[in-house]
Design a protein. Sequence first.
Length: 356
Amino acid sequence: MELPPFELERWLDEYEPDADLMLAESGVRSLPADRFDLDVGELGYVIPTDGSPEFRAEIAARYDRDVEEVVLTCGTQEADYLTFMALLGDGDHSVVVSPTYQSLASVPAAIGEVTEVRTEPPDWDLPVDAVAEAMRPDTRVVVLANPSNPTGKYLGPETLRALYDLVDAHDAFLLVDEVYRMLADDPHAPAASLGPRAISTAGVSKSYGLAGARLGWVVADTKLADTVRKWKDYTTISPPILGQHIARQALGGQEAAILEANRTHARANRERVAEFVGRYDLDWFEPTGVNGFPTVPDGFEHGTAFCRSLFDAESVVLAPGDVFGYPNRFRIGFGLHADELEAGLERIGRHIETRR
């Protein structure tokens, strides 16, 4: 198993430390720690190591699944990774919908083979027929992020049901990373509620503003969840005790207030970016979540050239579309504080005008 460099993370590691403004951040602005009870007593392991049974039962109820079908993880990234390791064997085939977060394609490609189904602007729609054509007798899983990172496209229940019926007919699985789902004004039912061949991964980082809690989960049928548990024993052993403690509060009595505030914040910032995109004649799909994927302004060869020159001139970090396989675009995160976003947009606009 040989993993390629994670291009987005390498980009951020190179530019973020020295930047004035970080507009490549992909989550909503972080919540202050002092709104939560942080007293967990001793800082030991979470026992059982797949998470508190009571908390797992609360998660399971959200998906209409059993407590044994939930494994708590160190963030959604680990949830995805462990699921691939549990699900795939040498040479197994996966179908991955793009553009997407790199690990959702790179990890299955490192284990077996991947067929990419590309979605395209302006609407980034996913034709289920294209997924069906990509399926093979050895296809084990169809993978997508919903809402998408980087486009913000949120596929509806009819598409998810059609994908589920497709994988069910092929004795495969549907893995949906839903870490942005709860930022939707009216979230659809999660993928795992479709049936035993659907897997949901999620966490409290992107939608809840709790990236530092490092708390995520996998919801899968019991046999697969048990294999995820086995793999987890070889990685982080248990989720962070403080992260679980905070996440349970966030998903309990504080959830309604947190989500209302974060959705309102995301909506207002989305309008700011939409006005900016229109002013500079860029093209984008108005997203769900806090990521947009506009076209590169005229006068720049590709996303990397634009983003690198912007950093050099204005000390602002964006993510080039090249790292997602779409070089004529860039990803902008608008979940940060409004004053930082406005300052960043002003600098980006000044750079575009200077080049013109």
